[in-house]
Design a protein around this ligand. Structure first.
Ligand code: A2P
Length: 329
């Protein structure tokens, strides 16, 4: 991996494939809180604080209800001179499943841009390999709303979005190696990113190897296990091995998880709306895990925090978690 730092920032960046995008900061600020929209009235201030602390990469999605507060925070940051230009930020958003139909993709991105008050985003992802009946934005959703997913035509529409310059790069989220192969078999523009659950208890070794071979950057969501959410688990923050490593190093368990993700060559997306923890989570770039610590983490028993039962249905494309993840679970 080629690392560089952006002026005045300590966050390393990495050039994405198949785009003229400059580079992606390898630590991003997650804006998903469960239930979605719970902090909507304070989120703008939280994001402004994050910009002050040095975060430059923000991860949102249509379903999170965080696009609008993020857009307002960006406008304020420019007005206050915290950043000189919008180009200093890397903004990702995601296509919700009810818009995962060829003709709905471009209108969905235009709505996202309107929410963000931006002319372009840096990265647009297919949120899940699933389509829902159009019109509703809800999670959890009704099983009867799950319909057939056509990756080829949805991806073509994503490519059109990049062609129009409304997003600098495109990618996917929650895709297995097999589902990535399907996209790659017809893509004119290969996905630049696959954003997936990844932390010391769900290390994604096979998927990471596949993505590295194909030049796809892996982004780790729930790098701390996302405790307290519908998709999270306490197991990461309560892991004894991680606690011991953190104590021996004089770091927090969260920092050990984020440093570990960084050393695996992925981009970690961490969510904290607490100023001290936001600061702490940035402090992972001037120290290292020892070979022994990395080895101990590599030996941890694996257990996926979010198998995705909500995405299964008797009449939809996935009847079991094995089908959803193509056995990569
Ligand atoms: P909070 O927002 O109160 O800080 P993930 O990034 O895996 O989705 O995890 C997010 C969860 O972890 C949130 O509940 C967040 O709570 C908490 N969290 C984030 N950073 C830290 C940290 N440094 N120490 C402890 N908990 C953290």
């Amino acid at each position: 991996m080629e690392l560089s730092t952006i002026a005045g920032q300590s966050i390393p960046t990495f050039p994405l494939c198949s785009t003229d995008e400059k580079a992606i900061p390898l630590l991003g600020f997650g804006t998903a809180e469960y239930p979605f929209g719970a902090s909507i009235h304070t989120l703008k201030e939280t994001i402004l604080e994050a910009i002050k602390l040095g975060y430059r990469h923000f991860d949102t999605a249509a379903i999170y209800l965080s696009e609008q507060p993020l857009g307002e925070a960006i406008s304020d940051a420019l007005r206050l001179g915290l950043i000189k230009s919008r180009d200093e930020l890397f903004i990702t958003s995601k296509l919700w499943c009810s818009d995962a139909h060829h003709d709905f993709v471009l209108p969905a991105l235009k709505k996202t841009l309107q929410n963000l008050k931006l002319e372009y985003i840096n990265l647009f992802l297919i949120h899940w390999p699933l389509s829902l009946k159009p019109g509703k934005y809800e999670f959890p959703f009704q099983k009867e709303d799950i319909v057939a997913f056509d990756p080829k035509s949805v991806w073509e529409a994503m490519e059109e979005c990049q062609g129009l310059g409304l997003t600098k790069s495109i990618g996917v989220s929650n895709f297995s190696c097999k589902k990535l192969e399907t996209i790659l078999s017809t893509a004119k523009i290969p996905p630049a990113v696959n954003q997936v659950e990844m932390n010391p208890l769900w290390q994604q070794k096979k998927l990471r190897k596949f993505c590295e071979e194909k030049g796809i950057l892996v982004e780790a969501y729930s790098p701390l296990g996302a405790k307290g959410t519908a998709w999270g688990t306490n197991r990461v923050m309560e892991c004894e091995v991680l606690k011991e490593i953190a104590q021996a190093k004089g770091k927090s368990l969260a920092q050990v998880c984020l440093r570990w993700a960084h050393e695996q060559g992925v981009c970690a997306l961490v969510k904290s709306f607490n100023k001290e923890r936001m600061k702490q989570n940035l402090d992972i770039f001037d120290w290292k895990l020892t070979a022994d610590e990395s080895h101990k983490i590599s030996q941890l028993p694996q257990c996926k925090g979010f198998p995705g039962a909500a995405f299964l249905s008797d009449d939809g494309p996935y009847k079991s978690v094995e089908e959803l993840w193509d056995g990569e679970i």
